[in-house]
Design a protein around this ligand. Structure first.
Ligand code: KG4
Ligand code: ZN
Length: 369
């Protein structure tokens, strides 16, 4: 069986071909066309621009994925497409392309929840590097951390999971992106902030929101505001109060705030970056490990763009080995959005014959698991 995965939920146009033969799964291709360079110019994703770029790229990306896999379009048996959550105008491009292909080729289609794909994305690495899936993975605790999501799940088996908690306001990736902007770092903020953090020490004690809340929910907006006020107190230029007011207003919206930069050569910037990262990582780790203990998890699955963060990965690695739990995380290229994880979730569903009737496949920007 050959599965074509399609992903266009935000700012990556991606297609992947996966083969299942004699019960074994293998990726034949995974093509990702990223729009990061374009969105870096505006400091964030502009939905209309993202949708136009998906329109331009979707067919070439699918063609390349087929070519790299050494197959023709007619060889495809199943199509899996990310149908939500995400930006509606971006999702529509992938979903409409997938529906057209499904109709033209007369093959079944599966609507995939993007967050579900992130939950199981750690196995994409296992498969692509031909490692063995540990014999007993479940029950597992899955943390999905990206630009739009911070969610914790108890995963009982393949495709069997229950949400334990989620962010009550901003996602962890959003907190990285917005605080990075305050520090005048380029978009996307996560990778640039963590790079700067490598040169600093976490000397500032930023708040760890909801660390002791006794549940599995998260909150990151207070941390973001604490960073804003900290910067206000260390920057003394005459225009600061104006810029603080403007940044404060935009912090409460989905827009990225204006930067409140310290001079680029100021050593304190690296310490601030390291301190922000430490606060985010501490909360993510504490909640996940508490869930792992409570549910006696055999493994921890980490997925989503923020899972590419090296500080987060190495801390999880150490704590999981102490807990004698396996730590499974995808390679960084499979943490950020990609179609391989969509094809993989498609394979899990195809195995159970969970296809989606064509008239039920629709872009759903708020699709909650
Ligand atoms: O999964 P993803 O590509 O898109 C969503 O589904 O949102 O995640 C993108 C997010 C962005 O917020 C980006 O800043 C963050 O992942 N990110 C990182 C790192 N690489 C990407 N955050 C922290 N450290 C990183 N190395
Ligand atoms: Zn994502």
């Amino acid at each position: 069986m050959l599965i074509l995965g399609i992903e266009t939920s935000c700012d990556e146009t991606s297609a992947s071909v996966m083969k299942i033969a004699s019960g074994k799964m293998r990726f034949l291709s995974n093509i990702v066309s990223s729009q990061i360079k374009t969105h870096a110019k505006t400091g964030g994703v502009v939905p209309e621009v993202a949708a136009r770029m998906h329109i331009e790229k979707i067919i070439p990306v699918i063609k390349l994925a087929l070519q790299k896999a050494g197959i023709n379009l007619r060889d495809i048996d199943v199509i899996a497409v990310a149908s939500g959550p995400g930006l509606l105008s971006s999702l529509l491009i992938g979903v409409d392309t997938a529906k057209s292909l499904s109709t033209a080729l007369n093959v079944p289609i599966i609507a995939i929840n993007h967050v579900e794909a992130h939950i199981f994305s750690p196995f994409v690495r296992v498969l692509s590097s031909k490692l063995q899936v540990p014999s007993s993975v479940f029950p597992a605790i899955s943390l999905v951390v990206s630009g739009g999501h911070t969610e914790l799940f108890l995963v009982k088996d393949w495709l069997e999971y229950k949400k334990l908690g989620q962010t009550l306001d901003d996602a962890a990736g959003e907190c990285f992106d917005k605080t990075a902007k305050l520090l005048d770092l380029p978009y996307p903020g996560g990778p640039s902030l963590s790079k700067l953090a490598e040169h600093g020490k976490p000397t500032i004690d930023f708040p760890r929101p909801m660390l002791k809340s006794n549940d599995f929910n998260f909150s990151f907006s207070g941390l973001k505001t604490a960073v804003l006020y900290y910067l206000r107190d260390v920057i003394t230029s005459p225009s600061t109060s104006l810029r603080i007011n403007s940044a404060k207003q935009s912090l409460s919206t989905k827009r990225l705030p204006r930067s409140l930069a310290l001079p680029r050569n100021d050593k304190k910037r690296a310490d601030i970056a390291a301190s922000i990262q430490a606060a985010i990582v501490d909360v993510l780790i504490a909640k996940t490990m508490a869930a792992a203990k409570k549910y006696r998890a055999k493994s921890i699955l980490l997925g989503g763009g923020v899972a590419a963060n090296l500080a987060l990965r190495s801390k999880f690695q150490v704590l999981c080995s102490k807990l004698k739990a396996d730590f499974l995380v995808a390679e960084p290229e499979y943490c950020t959005d990609n179609a391989a994880m969509i094809a993989f979730a498609g394979a899990l569903r195809a195995r159970k014959k969970k296809f989606t009737p064509l008239n039920k496949v629709a872009a759903d920007s708020n699709w909650e698991l």
